[in-house]
Design a binder for this molecule. Structure first.
Ligand code: SF4
Ligand code: SF4
Length: 378
Protein backbone atom coordinates (compact mmCIF):
# COMPACT_ATOMS: atom_id res chain seq x y z
CA UNK A 1 0.00 0.00 0.00
CA UNK A 2 1.20 3.52 -0.71
CA UNK A 3 2.14 5.65 2.24
CA UNK A 4 -0.03 8.70 2.71
CA UNK A 5 2.74 10.94 1.42
CA UNK A 6 2.85 9.13 -1.91
CA UNK A 7 -0.90 8.99 -2.37
CA UNK A 8 -2.46 11.47 -4.73
CA UNK A 9 -5.46 12.96 -3.01
CA UNK A 10 -8.56 13.68 -5.02
CA UNK A 11 -10.06 16.82 -3.57
CA UNK A 12 -13.79 16.29 -3.07
CA UNK A 13 -16.03 19.10 -4.25
CA UNK A 14 -16.44 21.65 -1.51
CA UNK A 15 -13.32 20.71 0.41
CA UNK A 16 -10.01 22.51 0.47
CA UNK A 17 -7.03 20.26 -0.21
CA UNK A 18 -5.83 20.19 3.40
CA UNK A 19 -9.31 19.25 4.68
CA UNK A 20 -9.60 16.56 2.01
CA UNK A 21 -6.25 15.16 3.11
CA UNK A 22 -7.44 15.09 6.74
CA UNK A 23 -10.68 13.32 5.78
CA UNK A 24 -8.75 10.82 3.69
CA UNK A 25 -6.51 10.09 6.70
CA UNK A 26 -9.57 9.67 8.94
CA UNK A 27 -11.06 7.18 6.49
CA UNK A 28 -7.75 5.30 6.38
CA UNK A 29 -7.31 5.34 10.17
CA UNK A 30 -4.01 7.25 10.04
CA UNK A 31 -5.23 10.71 11.06
CA UNK A 32 -2.96 12.67 13.41
CA UNK A 33 -3.72 15.90 15.22
CA UNK A 34 -1.49 18.03 17.40
CA UNK A 35 -3.19 19.91 20.20
CA UNK A 36 -1.42 23.16 21.07
CA UNK A 37 -3.73 23.53 24.07
CA UNK A 38 -7.25 24.99 24.24
CA UNK A 39 -5.99 27.51 26.82
CA UNK A 40 -2.39 27.81 25.58
CA UNK A 41 -1.90 31.50 24.77
CA UNK A 42 1.87 31.48 24.28
CA UNK A 43 1.99 32.80 20.70
CA UNK A 44 5.66 31.91 20.17
CA UNK A 45 5.14 28.33 21.34
CA UNK A 46 2.05 27.88 19.15
CA UNK A 47 3.89 29.25 16.11
CA UNK A 48 6.82 26.86 16.64
CA UNK A 49 4.57 23.89 17.40
CA UNK A 50 2.74 24.57 14.13
CA UNK A 51 6.06 24.91 12.30
CA UNK A 52 7.64 21.65 13.45
CA UNK A 53 4.49 19.53 13.38
CA UNK A 54 3.54 20.81 9.90
CA UNK A 55 7.02 19.74 8.77
CA UNK A 56 6.27 16.34 10.33
CA UNK A 57 3.14 15.83 8.24
CA UNK A 58 0.42 16.23 10.86
CA UNK A 59 -3.11 16.61 9.44
CA UNK A 60 -4.59 19.07 11.93
CA UNK A 61 -3.22 21.65 14.37
CA UNK A 62 -5.70 22.35 17.17
CA UNK A 63 -5.48 25.79 18.83
CA UNK A 64 -7.12 27.99 21.45
CA UNK A 65 -10.16 30.12 20.51
CA UNK A 66 -8.21 33.34 20.02
CA UNK A 67 -7.53 35.23 16.78
CA UNK A 68 -3.92 36.00 17.75
CA UNK A 69 -3.26 32.32 18.45
CA UNK A 70 -4.86 31.32 15.14
CA UNK A 71 -2.58 33.85 13.46
CA UNK A 72 0.45 32.35 15.26
CA UNK A 73 -0.42 28.89 13.96
CA UNK A 74 -0.84 30.30 10.43
CA UNK A 75 2.57 31.96 10.65
CA UNK A 76 4.16 28.70 11.78
CA UNK A 77 2.56 26.78 8.91
CA UNK A 78 3.63 29.44 6.39
CA UNK A 79 7.21 29.22 7.62
CA UNK A 80 7.04 25.43 7.39
CA UNK A 81 5.83 25.72 3.80
CA UNK A 82 8.73 28.04 2.91
CA UNK A 83 11.25 25.71 4.54
CA UNK A 84 9.79 22.78 2.62
CA UNK A 85 9.94 24.71 -0.69
CA UNK A 86 13.65 25.33 -0.16
CA UNK A 87 14.51 21.93 1.36
CA UNK A 88 12.00 19.37 0.05
CA UNK A 89 14.23 16.39 0.73
CA UNK A 90 14.96 17.37 4.33
CA UNK A 91 11.27 17.86 5.11
CA UNK A 92 9.62 15.30 2.86
CA UNK A 93 6.70 14.73 5.27
CA UNK A 94 5.47 18.32 5.02
CA UNK A 95 1.86 18.87 3.99
CA UNK A 96 -0.23 21.90 4.85
CA UNK A 97 -2.29 21.01 7.94
CA UNK A 98 -5.77 22.28 8.77
CA UNK A 99 -6.09 24.70 11.68
CA UNK A 100 -8.84 23.54 14.03
CA UNK A 101 -10.18 25.94 16.66
CA UNK A 102 -11.25 24.45 19.98
CA UNK A 103 -14.40 26.04 21.37
CA UNK A 104 -15.87 25.73 24.82
CA UNK A 105 -19.56 24.85 24.72
CA UNK A 106 -19.87 25.19 28.47
CA UNK A 107 -18.07 24.02 31.53
CA UNK A 108 -15.00 22.27 30.10
CA UNK A 109 -11.73 21.66 31.96
CA UNK A 110 -9.60 22.52 28.94
CA UNK A 111 -10.59 26.19 29.13
CA UNK A 112 -9.04 27.40 32.34
CA UNK A 113 -5.84 28.82 33.69
CA UNK A 114 -4.22 28.38 37.07
CA UNK A 115 -3.72 31.21 39.54
CA UNK A 116 -1.69 31.25 42.72
CA UNK A 117 -3.43 32.42 45.86
CA UNK A 118 -0.51 34.11 47.61
CA UNK A 119 -2.49 34.33 50.83
CA UNK A 120 -2.28 30.55 51.07
CA UNK A 121 1.01 29.89 49.25
CA UNK A 122 3.98 29.00 51.48
CA UNK A 123 6.47 29.22 48.60
CA UNK A 124 7.45 25.61 49.07
CA UNK A 125 8.01 25.18 45.27
CA UNK A 126 6.56 21.65 45.29
CA UNK A 127 4.37 22.58 42.33
CA UNK A 128 7.18 23.72 40.03
CA UNK A 129 8.33 20.35 38.75
CA UNK A 130 4.75 19.13 38.35
CA UNK A 131 4.08 21.58 35.51
CA UNK A 132 4.54 20.03 32.05
CA UNK A 133 4.77 23.43 30.35
CA UNK A 134 7.19 25.17 32.71
CA UNK A 135 4.58 27.77 33.57
CA UNK A 136 5.65 27.82 37.23
CA UNK A 137 9.02 29.21 38.18
CA UNK A 138 10.98 31.19 40.70
CA UNK A 139 14.25 33.09 40.58
CA UNK A 140 15.77 30.75 43.16
CA UNK A 141 14.35 27.44 41.97
CA UNK A 142 16.42 24.86 40.20
CA UNK A 143 15.67 21.31 39.10
CA UNK A 144 15.67 18.90 42.03
CA UNK A 145 14.97 21.65 44.54
CA UNK A 146 13.40 20.57 47.80
CA UNK A 147 12.39 22.54 50.87
CA UNK A 148 14.70 20.17 52.77
CA UNK A 149 17.67 21.78 51.02
CA UNK A 150 16.89 25.19 52.42
CA UNK A 151 18.75 26.56 55.40
CA UNK A 152 18.28 29.66 57.52
CA UNK A 153 21.41 31.08 55.90
CA UNK A 154 19.86 30.82 52.46
CA UNK A 155 16.60 32.47 53.26
CA UNK A 156 16.85 33.97 56.73
CA UNK A 157 13.53 32.38 57.54
CA UNK A 158 12.65 30.02 60.35
CA UNK A 159 12.99 26.47 59.10
CA UNK A 160 13.96 23.04 60.26
CA UNK A 161 15.09 20.03 58.30
CA UNK A 162 12.10 18.70 56.36
CA UNK A 163 9.71 21.39 57.55
CA UNK A 164 7.67 23.31 55.00
CA UNK A 165 8.66 26.97 55.15
CA UNK A 166 5.98 29.46 56.06
CA UNK A 167 6.44 33.00 54.83
CA UNK A 168 4.91 35.92 56.66
CA UNK A 169 3.25 38.65 54.57
CA UNK A 170 6.32 40.89 55.07
CA UNK A 171 8.67 38.09 54.13
CA UNK A 172 6.68 37.51 50.95
CA UNK A 173 6.88 41.13 49.93
CA UNK A 174 10.65 41.26 50.45
CA UNK A 175 11.15 37.97 48.62
CA UNK A 176 9.20 38.88 45.47
CA UNK A 177 11.99 37.81 43.09
CA UNK A 178 12.21 34.40 44.71
CA UNK A 179 8.49 33.95 45.09
CA UNK A 180 6.75 31.32 43.00
CA UNK A 181 5.55 32.87 39.74
CA UNK A 182 3.10 31.71 37.09
CA UNK A 183 3.51 32.48 33.39
CA UNK A 184 -0.16 32.44 32.47
CA UNK A 185 0.48 32.23 28.74
CA UNK A 186 2.16 28.85 29.20
CA UNK A 187 -0.56 27.47 31.47
CA UNK A 188 -3.10 25.21 29.77
CA UNK A 189 -5.06 24.31 32.88
CA UNK A 190 -4.05 20.68 33.37
CA UNK A 191 -4.32 20.80 37.18
CA UNK A 192 -1.09 18.94 38.02
CA UNK A 193 0.06 21.87 40.19
CA UNK A 194 -3.22 21.74 42.10
CA UNK A 195 -2.55 18.09 42.94
CA UNK A 196 1.01 18.92 44.04
CA UNK A 197 0.01 21.78 46.34
CA UNK A 198 -0.68 20.82 49.95
CA UNK A 199 -1.87 24.33 50.78
CA UNK A 200 -4.75 24.46 48.29
CA UNK A 201 -3.11 27.60 46.93
CA UNK A 202 -3.82 26.85 43.26
CA UNK A 203 -7.07 28.22 41.93
CA UNK A 204 -8.49 28.45 38.42
CA UNK A 205 -10.08 31.10 36.25
CA UNK A 206 -12.01 30.40 33.07
CA UNK A 207 -10.41 31.03 29.70
CA UNK A 208 -13.28 32.12 27.47
CA UNK A 209 -13.81 31.88 23.74
CA UNK A 210 -12.58 35.08 22.15
CA UNK A 211 -15.17 37.17 20.32
CA UNK A 212 -12.66 38.40 17.69
CA UNK A 213 -12.28 35.13 15.75
CA UNK A 214 -12.80 35.44 12.00
CA UNK A 215 -14.83 32.29 11.37
CA UNK A 216 -15.01 33.03 7.63
CA UNK A 217 -11.45 31.69 7.43
CA UNK A 218 -11.84 28.72 9.75
CA UNK A 219 -12.40 25.30 8.18
CA UNK A 220 -12.34 23.11 11.28
CA UNK A 221 -13.79 23.46 14.74
CA UNK A 222 -13.85 21.26 17.81
CA UNK A 223 -16.71 21.69 20.25
CA UNK A 224 -15.71 20.70 23.77
CA UNK A 225 -18.79 19.29 25.39
CA UNK A 226 -17.50 19.42 28.99
CA UNK A 227 -20.26 18.47 31.40
CA UNK A 228 -22.97 19.52 28.99
CA UNK A 229 -26.14 17.59 28.36
CA UNK A 230 -27.12 16.89 24.76
CA UNK A 231 -29.76 19.61 25.05
CA UNK A 232 -27.09 22.13 26.06
CA UNK A 233 -24.82 21.16 23.16
CA UNK A 234 -27.80 21.46 20.80
CA UNK A 235 -28.57 24.94 22.13
CA UNK A 236 -24.93 25.93 21.71
CA UNK A 237 -24.92 24.76 18.09
CA UNK A 238 -28.16 26.61 17.35
CA UNK A 239 -26.81 29.81 18.88
CA UNK A 240 -23.58 29.54 16.88
CA UNK A 241 -24.92 28.20 13.61
CA UNK A 242 -23.87 31.28 11.64
CA UNK A 243 -20.30 31.02 12.95
CA UNK A 244 -20.07 27.39 11.93
CA UNK A 245 -21.49 27.67 8.42
CA UNK A 246 -18.10 27.38 6.67
CA UNK A 247 -16.89 24.49 8.77
CA UNK A 248 -15.79 21.51 6.69
CA UNK A 249 -14.51 19.41 9.57
CA UNK A 250 -16.38 19.29 12.86
CA UNK A 251 -15.21 17.49 15.96
CA UNK A 252 -16.86 16.90 19.33
CA UNK A 253 -14.55 16.36 22.28
CA UNK A 254 -16.17 14.02 24.82
CA UNK A 255 -14.72 13.36 28.25
CA UNK A 256 -15.14 9.60 28.60
CA UNK A 257 -14.86 9.43 32.40
CA UNK A 258 -18.23 11.16 32.78
CA UNK A 259 -20.07 8.07 31.62
CA UNK A 260 -20.51 4.36 32.07
CA UNK A 261 -20.25 2.42 28.78
CA UNK A 262 -23.98 2.49 27.95
CA UNK A 263 -24.26 6.21 28.74
CA UNK A 264 -21.18 6.94 26.63
CA UNK A 265 -22.68 5.16 23.62
CA UNK A 266 -26.00 7.01 24.04
CA UNK A 267 -24.37 10.41 24.48
CA UNK A 268 -22.14 10.02 21.44
CA UNK A 269 -25.00 8.64 19.30
CA UNK A 270 -27.08 11.68 20.23
CA UNK A 271 -24.21 14.05 19.40
CA UNK A 272 -23.79 12.46 15.98
CA UNK A 273 -27.49 12.95 15.29
CA UNK A 274 -27.22 16.69 15.95
CA UNK A 275 -25.41 17.45 12.70
CA UNK A 276 -25.71 16.29 9.12
CA UNK A 277 -22.01 15.90 8.30
CA UNK A 278 -19.86 12.99 9.46
CA UNK A 279 -18.10 14.26 12.57
CA UNK A 280 -15.00 13.39 14.53
CA UNK A 281 -15.62 12.13 18.05
CA UNK A 282 -12.52 13.01 20.03
CA UNK A 283 -12.76 10.54 22.87
CA UNK A 284 -10.86 12.07 25.76
CA UNK A 285 -9.30 9.64 28.23
CA UNK A 286 -7.53 11.67 30.93
CA UNK A 287 -7.87 15.32 29.87
CA UNK A 288 -4.41 16.89 29.52
CA UNK A 289 -3.10 13.89 31.44
CA UNK A 290 -0.45 12.30 29.22
CA UNK A 291 2.66 10.83 30.78
CA UNK A 292 5.43 8.85 29.12
CA UNK A 293 4.13 5.60 30.64
CA UNK A 294 2.60 2.64 28.77
CA UNK A 295 -0.67 2.96 30.73
CA UNK A 296 -1.16 6.66 29.93
CA UNK A 297 -3.74 6.17 27.18
CA UNK A 298 -5.61 3.16 28.62
CA UNK A 299 -8.71 5.21 29.50
CA UNK A 300 -8.97 6.71 26.00
CA UNK A 301 -8.35 3.36 24.33
CA UNK A 302 -10.94 1.50 26.41
CA UNK A 303 -13.55 4.23 25.81
CA UNK A 304 -12.87 4.03 22.07
CA UNK A 305 -13.34 0.26 22.22
CA UNK A 306 -16.78 0.81 23.77
CA UNK A 307 -17.77 3.21 20.98
CA UNK A 308 -16.45 0.98 18.21
CA UNK A 309 -18.76 -1.83 19.36
CA UNK A 310 -21.68 0.20 18.01
CA UNK A 311 -20.33 0.94 14.53
CA UNK A 312 -21.25 4.60 14.80
CA UNK A 313 -21.22 6.77 11.69
CA UNK A 314 -18.42 8.98 12.98
CA UNK A 315 -14.65 9.12 13.07
CA UNK A 316 -13.44 7.86 16.46
CA UNK A 317 -10.23 9.62 17.41
CA UNK A 318 -8.31 9.33 20.68
CA UNK A 319 -6.96 12.05 22.97
CA UNK A 320 -6.23 12.64 26.66
CA UNK A 321 -3.25 10.57 27.78
CA UNK A 322 -2.01 9.70 24.29
CA UNK A 323 1.73 9.25 23.87
CA UNK A 324 4.36 7.30 21.93
CA UNK A 325 2.83 3.95 23.01
CA UNK A 326 -0.77 4.65 22.02
CA UNK A 327 -0.65 3.56 18.39
CA UNK A 328 1.06 0.28 19.27
CA UNK A 329 -1.57 -0.43 21.94
CA UNK A 330 -4.38 0.30 19.48
CA UNK A 331 -2.82 -2.02 16.91
CA UNK A 332 -2.29 -4.80 19.45
CA UNK A 333 -5.98 -4.61 20.35
CA UNK A 334 -7.01 -4.47 16.69
CA UNK A 335 -9.12 -1.34 17.20
CA UNK A 336 -10.23 0.37 14.00
CA UNK A 337 -9.99 3.96 15.18
CA UNK A 338 -9.71 6.88 12.76
CA UNK A 339 -6.77 8.60 14.37
CA UNK A 340 -4.98 9.99 17.39
CA UNK A 341 -4.56 13.49 18.79
CA UNK A 342 -1.46 14.24 20.83
CA UNK A 343 -1.43 17.20 23.21
CA UNK A 344 0.56 17.34 26.42
CA UNK A 345 3.00 14.66 25.26
CA UNK A 346 3.54 16.26 21.83
CA UNK A 347 4.39 19.58 23.43
CA UNK A 348 6.53 18.17 26.21
CA UNK A 349 8.92 16.23 23.97
CA UNK A 350 10.08 19.49 22.37
CA UNK A 351 9.28 21.96 25.15
CA UNK A 352 12.90 22.80 25.87
CA UNK A 353 13.31 24.00 22.26
CA UNK A 354 10.14 26.05 21.97
CA UNK A 355 11.56 29.28 23.41
CA UNK A 356 14.70 29.38 21.36
CA UNK A 357 14.06 27.50 18.12
CA UNK A 358 15.09 29.52 15.07
CA UNK A 359 12.94 29.09 12.01
CA UNK A 360 15.72 28.91 9.45
CA UNK A 361 17.09 25.66 8.08
CA UNK A 362 19.49 24.17 10.63
CA UNK A 363 20.72 20.87 11.99
CA UNK A 364 18.85 21.63 15.23
CA UNK A 365 15.54 22.12 13.40
CA UNK A 366 16.06 18.87 11.51
CA UNK A 367 16.75 17.02 14.77
CA UNK A 368 13.57 18.39 16.33
CA UNK A 369 11.50 17.55 13.27
CA UNK A 370 12.91 14.02 13.39
CA UNK A 371 11.63 13.73 16.99
CA UNK A 372 8.16 15.03 16.14
CA UNK A 373 7.94 12.99 12.94
CA UNK A 374 8.60 9.80 14.89
CA UNK A 375 5.46 10.56 16.92
CA UNK A 376 3.30 11.56 13.94
CA UNK A 377 4.15 8.68 11.62
CA UNK A 378 5.12 5.94 14.12
S1 SF4 B 1 -2.48 24.00 35.51
FE1 SF4 B 1 -0.94 22.66 34.50
S2 SF4 B 1 -0.03 23.98 32.94
FE2 SF4 B 1 -1.07 25.35 34.39
S3 SF4 B 1 0.50 25.93 35.86
FE3 SF4 B 1 -0.59 24.14 36.71
S4 SF4 B 1 0.65 22.37 36.07
FE4 SF4 B 1 1.27 24.12 34.78
S1 SF4 C 1 2.92 24.00 45.93
FE1 SF4 C 1 1.36 25.48 46.64
S2 SF4 C 1 2.26 26.39 48.45
FE2 SF4 C 1 3.93 25.42 47.35
S3 SF4 C 1 4.78 27.04 46.01
FE3 SF4 C 1 3.25 25.93 44.80
S4 SF4 C 1 1.36 27.12 45.11
FE4 SF4 C 1 2.76 27.75 46.74
Amino acid sequence: MNTLNETKIIVPAGHTESVARAIFALEEGVFTKIICGAANTNEGHVERLALVYALSGVHVIDVAPSQSIIQSAKTGIKKASELYEKNPEAFSFYKEPVIMVSINAGDDLHFRKAEINYEKCTNCFECIDSCPSKALYSGCHSEGFSPKNLSNDNYKLPSQEGQILRFTQDDRRSQDDNRIQLNKNNCFGCGRCENACLQNAIEFTNFNNSSDIDFEEIKAVEIHTGNNSIEEVKNFLELNVSLLKNIELLSFCVESKRFNPAELQNYVSSLINLVSQKVIIQIDGIPMGATDKHCSSLQAVSAAAVLLENKLDAYIQLSGGTNQFTKKLVNQLGLKISGIAYGTFARKIILSYLDELEDNFSAQLQRIVNITTSLVVN
